[in-house]
Design a protein around this ligand. Structure first.
Ligand code: ACO
Length: 433
């Protein structure tokens, strides 16, 4: 590499600073500004971190312009078509696809950690029944650190691994309990003979008074939804988990922080918002008027499930999700779903509209996931919970990578201060009535 490529020059106030340039395995070069403040007493400004790499990672790669998503190098469509969620978890966490013995042992560990401490189940009774299940998730997952303190020593690699297995294994149980509590049904315990996804469907939809057989096609669809949401490099919730973890906080507290961040409508709440939007549009005839409202900036209405901070092309997960939606609808004999008709037509109209084309706005994974989850039987309030469940493996893999990174420091962004200048305190008697 020539000098010209290995460093960048910044000229500022008569000084020139040589900034090292790092090259990743894929993706744009990265100018290392970490010493800039120490040397030049100057910050960089990047709200929303649109041009800032916050860490070095080996887990997930996204090329937003080309619509590429790789986990440890493997394209998402190959994992979704040929693999399963357990294998994807192993890949994200340990870095390679498992061989047969590794898979057996990992699956055994996850399956045999699915029950939660019995006292935790009583924790649920403290919530109102109408509480949003995400509110319950934030609290119960955070409370895991109170129940599993034998795996909160982040400096012990084995404890880190046990905590990671625990969150991957127990999140489905906690999510299903949040759902059952919400609808007033008794909790259903995990079953070890079922796969990860089938066990989750069983815990959500079985009732003690009758036999419940998990439909293998629906279990496969659920598994694929989990794969599609497993990781997505340094998105808002993952960055939250890393930032929380950078202070040395325990892994359960970090995952709870990630869940809280994911709840927002611009992130994990988007599939709930997309389905709500499709329902409000109602019929295909209403699409042109809705599109006009979206394009009118004063309306503040966005086309939910469209656009992405990184993808400026088709989200590769959206294609697989669209196919999964069709499989689920056809398995359940839903011939005409008006919302699917609205979604398809809305997508067609938007992809041919100058406003969306110019801004490179394409459907993201959430555009079709709401329809799929609703057809599987989940209420909209559970959509983000399912996302959190699936993303847990991504969060914990990124957390582990951060803890094991020797260059890791506490995350502490700086700011451009524009508030009042220093001024003296005025006693309340002199501040007017
Ligand atoms: N509908 C209409 N206009 C949009 C949309 C949308 N969904 N998304 C972006 N735009 C417009 C913006 O108004 C802006 O227009 P302007 O240049 O005329 O001001 C331009 O496109 C760029 O938008 P930004 O908000 O700057 O893009 P950013 O990268 O910050 O936003 C985001 C990405 C938050 C995802 C945005 O596209 C959005 O709000 N989408 C809808 C919510 C959604 O589907 N979120 C799911 C994300 S995927 C996930 O979390 C799994």
């Amino acid at each position: 590499m020539s000098d010209a490529e290995s460093s960048a020059k910044l000229a500022f106030k008569g000084q020139t600073y040589d900034l090292p340039v790092k090259k990743g395995a894929l993706g744009p070069d990265v100018i290392d500004i970490s010493k800039l403040y120490a040397e030049g007493k100057v910050f960089t400004f990047d709200p929303g971190y649109t041009s800032t790499a916050s860490c070095e990672s080996r887990i997930t790669y996204i090329d937003g312009d080309e619509g590429i998503l790789l986990h440890r190098g493997y394209p998402i469509d190959q994992l979704a078509e040929n693999g399963d969620f357990i294998e994807t978890c192993y890949l994200l966490y340990y870095g390679e696809l498992p061989n047969q013995a590794q898979r057996r042992s990992f699956e055994h560990a996850i399956t045999h950690h699915t029950m939660i401490h019995e006292q935790m189940s009583r924790f649920f009774q403290g919530f109102r029944r109408d509480a949003h299940p995400m509110a319950v998730m934030v609290a119960v997952v955070g409370a895991m650190s109170a129940f599993y303190h034998d795996s909160t020593d982040i400096d012990d690699p084995r404890q880190r691994e046990i905590a990671s297995h625990r969150v991957i294994a127990k999140l489905p149980t906690i999510a299903a309990m949040a759902y059952k509590y919400h609808i007033g049904q008794p909790f259903v315990y995990p079953r070890n003979e079922l796969s990860y996804a089938a066990n989750f469907l069983h815990m959500c939809f079985a009732v003690p008074c009758e036999e419940y057989k998990v439909n293998p096609i629906l279990a496969r669809a659920m598994d694929r939804i989990f794969i599609l949401h497993a990781d997505h490099e340094q998105n808002a919730s993952t960055s939250t988990v890393r930032l929380a973890g950078s202070s040395g906080a325990n892994p359960f507290a970090c995952i709870a922080a990630g869940i809280a961040c994911l709840w927002g409508p611009a992130h994990g709440g988007a599939n709930e918002a997309a389905l709500k939007m499709l329902g409000e549009i109602g019929t295909v005839d209403n699409i042109p008027a809705f599109i006009e409202k979206v394009k009118d900036k004063s309306s503040n209405i966005r086309l939910m499930g469209f656009g992405h901070r990184v993808y400026k092309n088709y989200d590769p997960r959206a294609k697989i999700m669209q196919q999964t939606a069709h499989e689920v609808l056809s398995e359940l004999g839903v011939k005409d779903d008006p919302l699917l008709d609205v979604a398809r037509e809305l997508e067609r109209v938007a992809l041919n509209d100058k406003y969306f084309v110019e801004r490179k706005l394409y459907p993201n994974v959430d555009f079709y996931s709401g329809i799929t989850l609703r057809t599987l039987g989940f209420p909209t309030s559970m959509f983000t919970v399912l996302f959190a469940l699936a993303r847990t493996v991504g969060w914990i893999s990124q957390w582990k990578e951060m803890i094991e990174d020797p260059s890791q420091r506490i995350g502490r962004p700086r700011q451009l201060y524009n508030g009042p200048l220093k001024r003296d305190y005025v006693s309340i008697s002199k501040r007017g009535k």
